[in-house]
Design a protein. Structure first.
Length: 116
């Protein structure tokens, strides 16, 4: 049987995660929304394979906006394209002014946009 304090803890934890996700979406929309892609690198097999089959297709296309559904992030790209990211247990995104040139082995993808 669940007691009330456990229920409140779970509710507080869910609310905190929802708030964090809304903040992340807001930050990503500010950083990516309306900006053209100047560089894209994917390290997962499926995305890397698509990238090789369609070289340069996404370059200079604008990211229209970023949406979320739970821990799933979807970035809508002009021309009917999109990217999908699942945050899993420890997933994160970082918005950096000057990203390091070396790629961290945990990094799964990198999207560089033209910053105005």
């Amino acid at each position: 049987m669940t007691n009330i304090s456990q229920t409140l803890y779970v509710l507080a934890l869910l609310t905190k995660n929802l708030f964090q996700m809304l903040m992340l979406i807001s930050i990503l929309n500010q950083a990516l929304g309306g900006k053209p892609i100047v560089s894209l690198k994917a390290r997962t097999k499926a995305a890397s394979s698509w990238e090789k089959e369609h070289p340069g297709v996404l370059l200079n296309k604008r990211i229209e906006r970023v949406l979320s559904h739970g821990k799933h992030l979807v970035g809508l790209i002009e021309g009917g394209y999109y990217f999908h990211s699942h945050l899993m247990m420890w997933g994160s995104w970082a918005v950096l002014d000057n990203p390091p040139q070396e790629i961290d082995r945990r990094e799964r993808s990198r999207i560089v946009v033209l910053w105005n």
